[in-house]
Design a protein around this ligand. Structure first.
Ligand SMILES: *[C@@H]1O[C@H](CO)[C@@H](O)[C@H](O)[C@H]1NC(C)=O
Ligand SMILES: *[C@@H]1O[C@H](CO)[C@@H](O)[C@H](O)[C@H]1NC(C)=O
Ligand SMILES: *[C@@H]1O[C@H](CO)[C@@H](O)[C@H](O)[C@H]1NC(C)=O
Ligand SMILES: *[C@@H]1O[C@H](CO)[C@@H](O)[C@H](O)[C@H]1NC(C)=O
Ligand SMILES: *[C@@H]1O[C@H](CO)[C@@H](O)[C@H](O)[C@H]1NC(C)=O
Length: 229
């Protein structure tokens, strides 16, 4: 009798752990279903342009990847009042950013404008657009520049919850520069999001997922230990 109660108690615990594990895995799957907020920002930029009869900009994955490289270089430089002090050197663009993205060097074009910003809170794409990207005259002027043809957006959140955005513009012949080797297949996006990428992502999602994986692992280990007792 005593033995039996012990067994029931034990399997109850196992069932509980299994349910917990499934819930964790389900959350993980749901969080992966998010789209790409960097593409949403490109859409907002283009809506803003077409509303004033300007042609939309091409969403360039190569420029988007460069923008994400800017963001990575600027991590940690966000001030308490949400201003970003960051100016990577021109050499970094060709020597670090482009190779990291797998940009075919002969197609390296010119960046004709950039918007860099950060915020100590997580912002959704439309908040980021109005509060960071198009929040001042400089940003709005760049968005509405008729000469620009291509755009790319990169974004990422830090462990501390700071979010960073970068928008890069180019006025080269549309779609002809910043081409990714193997059409971008070789790029393994480890963290953050960039526009034009077919990979669905979530800013800072990797951190959450890493946490999830750890949880799942602990779960599995706990069950294994229980079963082996
Ligand atoms: C374009 O962006 C500016 C700046 O945020 C905003 O004031 C304006 O309403 C936007 N226009 C459209 C059509 O979205
Ligand atoms: C934000 O803080 C920086 C110093 O960290 C200061 O130079 C700048 O003037 C501040 N900007 C605003 C708008 O308060
Ligand atoms: C970040 O800030 C530090 C300290 O102000 C500065 O030395 C560094 O150059 C900045 N990083 C970039 C990429 O501008
Ligand atoms: C638009 O961008 C070009 C460079 O691409 C620049 O020369 C020009 O001054 C900009 N126009 C405005 C109105 O800012
Ligand atoms: C650039 O590429 C995009 C995506 O492939 C395409 O939709 C767009 O029409 C192209 N633009 C030009 C001017 O070739």
């Amino acid at each position: 009798m005593e033995k039996m109660r012990k067994m029931v108690g034990r399997s109850g615990c196992e069932v509980g752990l299994l349910v917990l594990c499934h819930l964790l895995l389900a959350t993980q799957v749901i969080s992966k279903k998010h789209g790409n907020p960097a593409n949403e920002i490109v859409d907002l930029i283009n809506e803003n342009r077409t509303a004033v009869k300007l042609p939309p900009l091409n969403n360039s994955p190569g420029i988007g990847c460069m923008a994400l490289q800017f963001v990575e270089a600027c991590m940690g430089n966000c001030t308490a009042n949400n201003t970003l002090h960051c100016s990577p050197s021109e050499d970094d663009l060709t020597e670090i950013f482009a190779p990291n993205c797998g940009i075919e060097l002969p197609t390296f074009g010119s960046i004709t404008g950039r918007i860099l910003g950060c915020h100590h809170k997580h912002l959704n794409p439309s908040e980021a657009f109005s509060q960071v990207i198009a929040s001042d005259k400089t940003g709005v002027t760049l968005l509405k520049n008729r000469t620009n043809t291509d755009v790319g957006v990169g974004l990422m959140s830090s462990h501390k919850g700071m979010s960073y955005w970068c928008v890069l513009f180019s006025s080269d012949k549309a779609n002809s520069t910043f081409l990714l080797e193997d059409r971008g297949v070789g790029i393994k996006q480890k963290t953050g999001c960039f526009s034009g990428s077919s990979i669905s992502c979530n800013d800072g999602q990797r951190n959450r997922n890493a946490g999830m994986h750890l949880f799942s692992m602990i779960c599995t280990m706990a069950i294994t230990c229980l079963l082996m007792r």
